[in-house]
Ligand binder design. Structure first.
Ligand SMILES: [Zn+2]
Length: 271
């Protein structure tokens, strides 16, 4: 039987899975994990299940950060890519939540030369440069070359990407994964959900801007024009503002999934 605060946390966790599905960040695949606030050496994660269909404690397991193995024997199968979560939580003690998904809007930037960049004030967490993890560089001859993060070694290589550009203490929020998807991190569930949603919105806006810019033949703006991305100052200041305002959309997002009969959250006390 889970304690009251864990039940509350997992109610929020289930809401987040439903929200991420509702907003097209996760589809039938993808997963989210949250560190156990009562024991930093373990984390909670859904079993092998579509995120939209996770509804209660029977769908969630507790795993060790050290090796991604279940705390209790007999736990149903965890996602194959559970090492994304264990290795990221292991490397970054201040990170408690890891989100991994395959949103196509983001994958385009993992397979092209076009860098994903902060283009809207809601996505300053993308920083000045978004790392792109190319798993093929880490393959050994006997590995399965299917882009999945199937073991601790590959999980650790992905986790290292978060501070590959900036160094310890100043890591990225999101790493693209070549031909596969993305992984995003934060200290809490609400902020991680926000990052997933607005990373996809940013990618959509950026792609559309690139398209119309290339099709455009009218007069150019003074100073050369082109696409206006956030400057380092705008990135810093926008995140200072936005990170304090996450509860506002969160309340709406929870309501959206509560009134949609597709989503069932057995842990929601107001159900
Ligand atoms: Zn994946």
């Amino acid at each position: 039987m889970a304690s009251t605060n864990i039940t509350q946390l997992l109610a929020t966790y289930i809401h987040a899975l439903h929200i991420l599905h509702h907003h097209g960040v996760l589809d039938g695949y993808g997963h989210l994990s949250v560190r156990n606030p009562d024991n930093a050496a373990t984390f909670f994660m859904m079993h092998q299940r579509a995120p939209a269909l996770v509804s209660g404690l029977d769908d969630i397991g507790e795993y060790r950060v050290s090796d991604a193995e279940p705390v209790s024997p007999g736990t149903p199968a965890a996602p194959l890519e559970r090492y994304i979560h264990s290795e990221t939580l292991e490397r970054y003690p201040d990170i408690n939540v890891v989100l991994h998904g395959h949103a196509g809007e983001l994958v385009s930037y993992s397979i092209s030369d076009v860098p994903l960049r902060a283009a809207i004030h809601m996505a300053p967490f993308l920083g000045e440069e978004v790392p792109n993890f190319d798993i093929t560089k880490y393959y050994l001859p006997n590995d399965t070359h299917d882009f999945l993060v199937r073991d601790q070694r590959l999980g650790a290589a992905l986790a290292a990407e978060f501070d590959s550009h900036w160094g310890p203490g100043n890591k990225s929020s999101l790493v693209l994964m070549r031909s596969h998807g993305f992984t995003a991190i934060a200290a809490d569930i609400e902020t991680t959900t926000y990052k997933g949603i607005y990373a996809v919105v940013n990618a959509r806006v950026q792609s559309e801007a690139i398209k119309i810019q290339h099709a455009y033949s009218g007069p150019r703006a003074e100073g050369g024009g082109g696409i206006a991305y956030l400057t380092p100052r705008q990135i810093r200041d926008s995140w200072q503002t936005e990170k304090q305002l996450i509860q506002r959309p969160w309340a709406l997002w929870v309501r959206e999934v509560k009134v949609n009969p597709l989503y069932v959250n057995e842990l929601d006390p107001d159900r």
